[in-house]
Design a binder for this molecule. Sequence first.
Ligand SMILES: C[S@@+](CC[C@H](N)C(=O)[O-])C[C@H]1O[C@@H](n2cnc3c(N)ncnc32)[C@H](O)[C@@H]1O
Length: 377
Amino acid sequence: MNTPLTSILTQRIQQEGPIRFDHFMDAALYHPAHGFYSSGKIRTGTQGDFLTPVSAGPVLGQLLARQADELHAALDRPSPFLLCEQGADRGLLAHDLLEAVSLHHPKLLAATKLHFVEPSPHLADQQRTHLAKFQDRVQISWHNTIASFTPAQAPVFFYSCELIDSFSVRLARFSSSRWMERSVMFSNERFIWADSPAPADLLADIRRWQIPEIEGFTAEIRPATAPWIHSLAAQIRQGMILTLDYGMPATDLYHPSRTGGTLTALRRHAQCGDPLQNPGDQDLTAHVNFTELSSEGTEAGFTNLGLIDFSRAFTNLATPLFHDDQPLPKKWTRNFQHLTHPAFFGKSHHVLFQGKHLPPSYRPRALASNLQACSSS
Ligand SMILES: C[S@@+](CC[C@H](N)C(=O)[O-])C[C@H]1O[C@@H](n2cnc3c(N)ncnc32)[C@H](O)[C@@H]1O
């Protein structure tokens, strides 16, 4: 299928030669007018192209509100206390979180200022609309990039859901006993792969992650991961970063059995076989290398608090919620099952907790072992 981006990218290839895959992916997702995410069309949820933990319902927001309130209390209830979300799509998660803060956490509400990091004007408008009902209670601000989010001394609870998996990836492929880098060219009315010997910077990443030299092995490397966590470290003096996403430690991500890599194209709730077709009209995504995120974070000044799957993290956080005397609406229970069941988000998705200048004894409740969660309830 030809999309508006097909002719734009074809022209670019005619002028510049094959486009490196991460540059192709950048255009496909974020071209200002025609990118999958920047065009303003609905992408997540049942009306969109795929479901995310946010589209499963309001329970994720309620649980994050609990976690934010716990951190706020551990820091002796400072004011202001900044909640910041990046990659918020239409703002549904922030809405659910603020709703829970308004209903159940008055001390946090009194101190909260909400920030979005959102480069897309279309999405920022949708976030304004969804959050309008809170504007008289909570100050809300928008920033194009992390660099313009300047919390100064204020503590920050920074969270994102399925953000990093949408950062572009370079593709390395081991072929005929050497590493190649995948680019994209156009031939016979189709985008096709064009491979060339991997340059030194990509080879350095391949060595860093000890990616196995198996004929045909394909792996993704995400150049924006390290700059992202370093830029957060530069802005945030004190706080906690929660990165919710699908992914795994590097040893699993680059395991010899995962020969085809994790790059996936999604459209209208189905996987598409070819990531190069329909640019701008299908999602492109790859799993997160959590080892990279935590080791780069540590280098940038964060403490690595822990990586935990959704199943355990949200069971730990929900224990008091589900022990309240008031029976919960049935749809919340279903929503919770979607978040935690191994066949849905429970095992594929993880939360990485990173902290900075937190009290030494502080351990987020979500990271409590199941045993501790049981004994304290
Ligand atoms: C897979 S969607 C997830 C949306 C939402 N958080 C959810 O879980 O339903 C990825 C989102 O990240 C956004 N995104 C990607 N790069 C970004 C960046 N540098 N800054 C802010 N948002 C970004 C995309 O525009 C898109 O809205």
